[in-house]
Ligand binder design. Structure first.
Ligand SMILES: NC(=O)c1ccc[n+]([C@@H]2O[C@H](COP(=O)([O-])OP(=O)(O)OC[C@H]3O[C@@H](n4cnc5c(N)ncnc54)[C@H](OP(=O)(O)O)[C@@H]3O)[C@@H](O)[C@H]2O)c1
Length: 321
């Protein structure tokens, strides 16, 4: 089978398509014929050896895949031919994967597999962020940074599905349409976003900030919170890990809340399936429409990663096998 391997830790250009034996899988594993692979920020970091997981080279990155079941253990609820998505951490960028049943989620029949491949990693992270960590409720105002990126689009869409008003922040005019298409009520440019938030909320601020970016906008995000607001720390695509002056937290009774979905799953192995059941219900009711994805052929993974790195990607990238 074909696999995409990181061959040295010099970045996306060192990815190579290689021919490797198919995984056999243990008796408890589901074997999936992969049709599409999500492209996630950790994949970019993995190509440079900058992610918290550091597999020995060569290895396949790939946090999420969609495909059809080739074989599944009895009692898994899955059968050959079923469409599925799976969360794999690393190792998803290959034509066949073998994974524990706990990592594999059933899709509705006929679901577009390229769209599906872009769903689990970001959408389930944002579900955990908004619902469990952020306690979002109907009528809240939610500010989303990086709103044309993978986490950002999922945050705009899920916050809308939960009845929130959404203010989306993007860096360029070219990204405004993507955030609007996701359902944002207002789209703000990064420059001057704090003042615009005050204007749009009558001076009150927002209840929740979804922050996958960090960097130098963090203090203005804290200043944009309403009393008892929560800033959800999801990632640091801006590069710099912000420092918090904690006096700002008591001045306005606001909270900075960490969101580590993968770490949480290690303590609650059944949680992902509970989340998926809720997400499927939202999809089936029409409250959440899975977003279109930016498709690349499997062997153009480097290009997909470069578009994340140079900030030109607008949307969620997927590799089609
Ligand atoms: N905590 C968790 O459990 C968890 C789970 C999944 C992902 N994450 C993290 O969430 C973050 C976002 O992931 P993603 O998949 O949404 O990435 P993405 O699709 O590439 O989007 C990231 C956004 O960050 C913004 N950005 C600001 N400064 C940037 C820079 N210097 N370079 C690149 N982008 C920059 C860009 O929007 P603008 O250009 O509009 O500013 C971009 O749309 C990553 O750090 C990822 O590791 C965390």
């Amino acid at each position: 089978m074909r696999a995409l391997h990181v061959t040295d830790l010099t970045g996306p250009d060192a990815l190579q398509v290689v021919d490797v034996p198919e995984p056999v899988g243990g008796p408890d594993d589901v074997v999936v014929d992969v049709k599409a692979c999500g492209v996630a920020w950790p994949d970019l970091l993995l190509t440079r050896g900058e992610y918290q997981i550091k597999p020995p080279v060569p290895f396949a990155p790939g946090a999420e895949v969609a495909g059809t079941v080739r074989s599944a253990p009895a009692g898994s609820g899955l059968s050959a031919g079923d469409p599925v998505v799976a969360v794999c951490g690393v190792g998803g960028w290959q034509e066949t994967v073998a994974l524990p049943a706990a990592s594999v989620l059933a899709l509705p029949a006929g679901f577009d597999l390229a769209v599906a491949a872009g769903l689990p990693f970001n959408t389930l992270t944002v579900h955990f962020a908004l619902k469990r960590r952020g306690q979002v409720k109907e009528g809240d105002t939610v500010l989303v940074h990086g709103a044309s990126g993978g986490i950002g689009i999922a945050a705009v869409q899920l916050a809308k599905a939960y009845g929130a008003r959404v203010l989306a922040v993007v860096s360029t005019e070219a990204k405004v349409e993507v955030a609007k298409a996701a359902g944002a009520d207002e789209v703000l440019l990064v420059d001057g976003f704090k003042d615009r938030v005050k204007e749009l909320t009558g001076g009150r601020g927002v209840d929740i900030v979804v922050d996958p970016v960090g960097g130098d906008r963090f203090t203005d995000s804290l200043r944009s919170l309403a009393p008892e607001g929560r800033l959800l720390v999801i990632g640091f695509t801006g590069g710099e890990i912000p420092q918090v002056k904690v006096n700002r937290l008591l001045l306005n009774n606001v909270s900075v809340v960490g969101v580590g979905w993968g770490a949480f799953l290690m303590t609650a192995p059944d949680y992902m399936h509970e989340q998926w059941a809720e997400l499927r219900a939202l999809i089936e009711s029409g409250a959440f429409v899975p977003p279109a994805v930016v498709e690349h052929p499997f062997d153009e993974a480097a290009q997909a990663l470069r578009s994340m790195d140079d900030r030109t990607l607008a949307g969620k990238a997927v590799l089609v096998v």
